[in-house]
Design a protein around this ligand. Sequence first.
Ligand code: BES
Ligand code: ZN
Length: 452
Amino acid sequence: MDQVEQYLAENAEQFVEDLKSLLRIQSVSADSAFAAEMTKAAEFVRDQLLTAGLSAEIIPTAGHSIVYGEWLGAADAPTALIYGHYDVQPPDPLDEWDSQPFEPDIRNGRIYARGATDDKGQMLTHVKSVQAWMKTHGRLPVNVKFVIEGEEEVGSDNLDKFLAANQDKLKADIAVVSDTSQYAPDIPAITYGLKGIVACEITLRGPNQDLHSGMFGGSVANPANALAALLGGLIDADGRITVSEFYDDVVDLTEQERAAFAALPFSETAFKNSLGVADVFGESGFSTIERRWARPTCDVNGMISGYTGEGPKTIIPSWASAKISCRLVPDQNPRKVVQALEDHLRAHLRPGLAMEFKTYHGADPLVIDTESAFMNSARNAIEKSFGVAPVMIREGGSIPVVASFKRILGVDTLLLGWGQNTDNLHSPNEHFSLKDYQRGIRASAHLWNELA
Ligand code: BES
Ligand code: ZN
């Protein structure tokens, strides 16, 4: 490890330059205007894998390409399947950024750019640790297979097909993903649970055109009023979701798990202050951590209807629409939940309105066995790099591939997050601490040794 550590120290600046180059590429998967940038990002990642000493190729899909790389020279040693994503969320709202989202800027030891932590910086930690081993030893202690996709932020639709069609090629003992967070600054964590998700969009259609609200108001259902009532009715005053059967398959938290969550350092005041809210709100009977990590939720992500320009306009809009997503916990099933949601909304629709219902991406919720030998290897690697042992946490975000790895390849995943949950992922001023970048690379370098 000494030579590896020395290589990491000598190349620390270059590793930051490489991250900057990747962050300059505007790889927004959701918006087809960025298609050429997606190709550039895939090529850059492939070249980084080649530089690290692996073989690498770009594999086209029906959507954005997958980058695959491998080194399989460690006979009798385990094989790690390393996953990350090179796509990012749209940078909007642009005027809330203090520096340009695709012009990485280093301030106070942090690199600011869209994708800095989610997931370009975190993903690159594994490429760089592999590079350090290859350049100093000409080999790795384990076999590695990299799968870096470009559709994570839009639901990983084409990845499952790729996994199913390449089961032999992707055969591995354990998967490694760095796309989550530490528990807090200097409290590294291993994430053993992620929420699932199902997303949809509804449109309520009423009169065949916008109407004068004086002439027609009160005589037909207003789609905007009706939408507000429908959405408002989804959650009751106790923070419970009102859709029948929604909670049917939810596995309750064990007393042990509740105690473990309660033992983590957490200040509700600091939490509220950091979000700029006067109070918290959620399902009664559960702590904030429990709500965030282990209870299902339902959120409106956006709404459009009627006149939203300057000044008043007295109309009944012809239509109203909303985007909704539900976060799921074991053993909820995305298809079952979205059907229950659709049934509920249709049952509560006001007379004279028609509803269009469109389902978007889904992902299964999961928890991972915390007692495996692989988990112990990860604990050791993190402790060696961070100087403290990680805490075990669950998180509220979703990474669709993790359930797919288990279902399609039969492989468990180590979720080793190097970021912070204050890194503003999906928000303006996303950033990644350069210290976390370095510590992540070192922990990853140790991980290959520990796994072997
Ligand atoms: N890196 C996140 C997932 C994440 C965030 C996990 C925070 C744990 C804590 C990932 O890139 C992401 O945002 N995923 C999407 C998936 C969805 C589009 C299917 C998500 O969770 O919204
Ligand atoms: Zn991510």
